[in-house]
Design a protein around this ligand. Structure first.
Ligand code: CUA
Length: 175
């Protein structure tokens, strides 16, 4: 029996169909992401948080990485404010974030202050647009609101050494 071959014109037709499907799916994904940003279900950076300039031991966003004990980074963790907002102090060091697991509340402004005790790290909160560099000698600050309860993974996304890929922690958002 003769081998049935696709003519050039037929192949082009199939290619066009698949190209159309791929384009439509890309557009639908982009619309879905944009819609979720608009509806505010995706946590995102709302403000830079002043680079921690009001913090003890921090001048113009700068800090001495050898003297974190003289700053609020001495006790990393979550601080509740009287107005219901929360402040989180995080120290990144090879190869972990301190504290490892952060528990915050949904629906309140949460300001992060992050610094490094050693080398350059990254702070990427998966499924959000929160993705900042953590630089020794500097404080990285931003404010966000986690809209709904859940667990988000924190990933170091700047190569920082042999344990880089183990630098994974969690944010637990509670109702
Ligand atoms: Cu820390 Cu990569």
């Amino acid at each position: 029996s003769p081998v049935r071959r696709l003519t050039h014109a037929t192949m082009e037709k199939y290619e066009n169909i698949w190209f159309g499907v791929a384009t439509a799916m890309s557009i639908m994904l982009a619309v879905a992401v944009f819609a979720s940003f608009l509806s505010g279900t995706v946590p995102r950076i709302e403000g830079e948080g002043g680079a921690g300039h009001h913090l003890e031991g921090v001048v113009n966003g700068r800090i001495n990485p050898k003297n974190l004990a003289g700053t609020p980074f001495k006790t990393p963790g979550v601080v509740d404010s009287a107005d219901g907002s929360q402040t989180v102090f995080v120290v990144a060091r090879a190869f972990a974030f301190d504290p490892g697991t952060i528990k915050v509340k949904a629906g309140v402004p949460v300001t992060f202050h992050i610094t490094s005790a050693d080398v350059l790290h990254g702070y990427y909160v998966e499924k959000t647009n929160i993705n900042v560099s953590v630089i020794p000698g500097q404080v990285t600050s931003f404010t966000t609101t986690f809209k709904s309860p859940g667990t988000l993974n924190i990933v170091c996304d700047e190569y920082c050494g042999t344990g880089h890929h183990n630098m994974l922690n969690k944010i637990i958002v509670e109702a």
